[in-house]
Design a protein. Structure first.
Length: 630
């Protein structure tokens, strides 16, 4: 007998008929021999309606009263669903967050879960009842009983947290789409349903997946190894499994806030190849990495930084044993990259750096917490470690530093983030292992469509590219001539973190220029578009004190990313992405990579086309068009 948490979103419980249909599904799952905790959202657009009511009375309603108001939506659904279950002869009991004992931070309207009491739920389950829990809500403490909510869309988070606390066999998220798609079907109707995705990939695709699954829910699933499936409420189709290797036992205390960083990794077996002054035009990255892929050189980080004038720097890291081959390819291609339109410009120059190491911090908890990257930079600065390259993704920040400083950097980072040394650590990423845990449990909760057949037949190596995401809501900032010394990145990103500005891609240029006797580099990064102007102002104010130059803002950008755990150790994936863009005359303005993600910044008006051509290039498009539910 399995213990399952099922969550039904607003649309799935949008009317009496739909609540009755949900009751039927729940009933069938119990009949198949399972114990069930059901988490529900407010009916249909109830929460939006409540927000409107509040705004009609106050332009700035108290956050405490907002929680009091918004938490009522879910309370309606739990009572009605319990009644519907009782009506068909299934014992059930509804419970609010307070009644369960879902204890959160005292942060109204955006609380994170600290702890969940399981005793009362277990008592009812043991009595054969279905426990129907209100999603999205909690209380500040058993004594205070102040009602909190988790932030919009928070019921997914409630469901997965309950599954973690109860050590449920798995958690099912029922929604109005059939699962997770390879890209946004509104832009690419040929998007296909995935049968599975790892939680790491899902987190990297946050901007794509957020509409289907709250990133905080994925974070909990990943941290506690909760097998998760996203399925349609209207069918018995198997949906998409979100898989996680079983993590080491993690405490259920401070469930959502325990730690932002899970691991500090390092790799000293790295060398960097940089090509300086390559022309800023479509096809350059494609040509370079195409040749590199043909030579079967596997690259790790790639960054391309923007520059004043019309040339870029592209740098990438490789493992030391293949450095010679990588260098030869770069040297052979450099003369051909000379800027044709302006033959007087110096030709591209190849720069090799062997004595480098890559240190990274990773952890799902850094999503939406701008202070974490800043803390890493501050730690390195305090340890006197200069950062040569920075590359970021949603759940990872990697810095290239001098090899001689690697030990010091790692020790300082472990200290700051309280990571025990001695964890199995080769520095390079462990190849993601798909969880097979869920295949042992009865997946066919409704008694039919055993979903296990594909689980058993799924090869254990994930595809190089699982999905493609487009983010049109970013702006790019470039700071010219930032002094190249320890502590600059810490000051810069610490300043932004203080103002709660989340930074996405961060790129530091390779080219170092001496201005006023100080070596300087450009740093570029992206932020949410709505933070663009504010960020520019903040940085301009700090310019004199910190000694950097002009701040350039470009809001007309788009970021397109490919994500896939299978790209690790597979040459040619980056080249294929860049080639798809080059064929369509799309210029790449910035490149940043992590082990399982490659992102390119392109001009905003080419964003949609970029997404389409990349999705097609990786063979993700299906023959059937996906119909987006109204
Ligand atoms: N009812 C809440 C909202 O609409 C929570 C949820 O549906 O997940 O945001
Ligand atoms: Mg929702």
């Amino acid at each position: 007998m399995a213990l399952i948490v099922q969550k039904f979103g607003g649309t799935s419980v949008g009317s009496v008929e739909r609540i009755q249909a949900v009751a039927q599904r729940v009933y069938q799952t119990v009949k198949a021999g399972n114990s069930l905790v059901v988490v529900v959202s407010a009916m249909g657009k109830t929460t939006d309606g409540l927000v409107k009511l509040a705004n009609a009375i106050s332009t700035n309603p108290s956050r405490r009263e907002m929680d009091m108001l918004l938490s009522t939506g879910e309370q309606v659904t739990i009572a009605l669903l319990s009644m519907a279950l009782q009506e068909i002869g299934q014992p059930a009991i509804s419970m609010t967050g307070a009644q369960v004992g879902i204890v959160t931070e005292a942060e109204h309207t955006r609380a994170r879960i600290l702890h969940i009491e399981t005793q009362r739920m277990k008592r009812h389950l043991n009595q054969g009842k279905v426990v129907v829990v209100a999603g999205f809500q909690g209380i500040t403490s058993i004594e205070e009983l102040e009602i909190t909510t988790l932030g919009r869309g928070g019921s997914d988070t409630s469901a997965v947290a309950l599954a973690a606390a109860l050590q449920a066999n798995f958690c099912e998220i029922y929604t109005d789409v059939p699962g997770i798609l390879t890209t946004d079907p509104r832009i690419v109707p040929e998007a296909q349903l995935m049968t599975e995705i790892t939680s790491d990939e899902m987190l990297e695709l946050a901007s794509l997946g957020a509409k289907v699954l709250h990133p905080r829910a994925v974070e909990i699933a990943r941290n506690y190894g909760v097998p998760l499936v996203v399925r349609s409420s209207w069918t018995d189709d198997p949906g998409t499994w979100v898989t996680t290797p079983k993590p080491q036992g993690r405490s259920l205390v401070n469930l959502e806030i325990a730690r932002a960083v899970d691991d500090v990794e390092f790799d000293t077996d790295q060398a960097r190849v940089a090509l300086l002054r390559v022309p800023d035009k479509p096809g350059v990255a494609a040509r370079l990495f195409g040749e590199i892929a043909r030579q079967k050189v596997d690259i790790d980080l790639i960054i391309q930084s923007i520059h004043e004038g019309n040339t870029n720097d592209i740098a990438f890291t490789v493992t030391t044993p293949i450095l010679k081959r990588a260098e030869a390819v770069a040297a052979a291609i450099a003369p051909a990259l000379r800027n044709q339109s302006n033959p007087k410009t110096e030709e591209a120059e190849v720069m090799i750096e062997q004595n480098i190491a890559k240190v990274s911090i990773s952890g799902a908890g850094m999503i939406g917490r701008p202070g974490v990257a800043a803390q890493m930079f501050a730690t390195l600065a305090e340890a006197g470690v200069n950062i040569q390259m920075i590359s970021t993704s949603e759940v990872k920040v990697s810095c290239v530093v001098s090899a001689t400083e690697c030990d010091r950097a790692v020790a300082a980072l472990r200290n700051t983030f309280e990571i025990e040394a001695g964890k199995e650590d080769t520095g390079s990423v462990s190849t993601p292992i798909l969880s097979t845990q869920h295949s042992a449990t009865p997946v066919a909760t409704t008694g039919e469509t055993p979903a296990t057949h594909w689980l058993l037949s799924t090869p254990h190596s994930p595809p190089p590219v699982r999905g493609v995401a487009l983010d049109m809501n970013q702006a790019r900032l470039a700071i010219r001539q930032v002094p190249d010394r320890p502590g600059m990145a810490a000051k810069l990103f610490g300043l932004l973190a203080q103002h709660n500005i989340s930074v996405d891609m961060i790129i530091q240029s390779q080219r170092c220029r001496i201005v006023d006797g100080i070596p300087r580099r450009d740093i570029a990064f992206t932020v949410a578009r709505m933070d663009g102007e504010k960020t520019q102002k903040l940085l301009a104010q700090a310019a004199t004190e910190l000694g950097w130059g002009e701040i350039v803002l470009d809001s007309a950008i788009a970021k397109v990313s490919i994500v896939g755990a299978g790209m690790v150790g597979q040459p040619g994936i980056a080249a294929k992405m860049f080639e798809a863009l080059a064929h369509n005359q799309i210029n790449i303005q910035m490149i940043a990579t992590s082990e399982i993600k490659i992102s390119c910044v392109v001009a905003q008006e080419q964003g949609t086309q970029a997404l389409q051509v990349i999705h097609a290039a990786f063979g993700l498009a299906g023959s059937e068009k996906f119909v987006v539910p109204a």
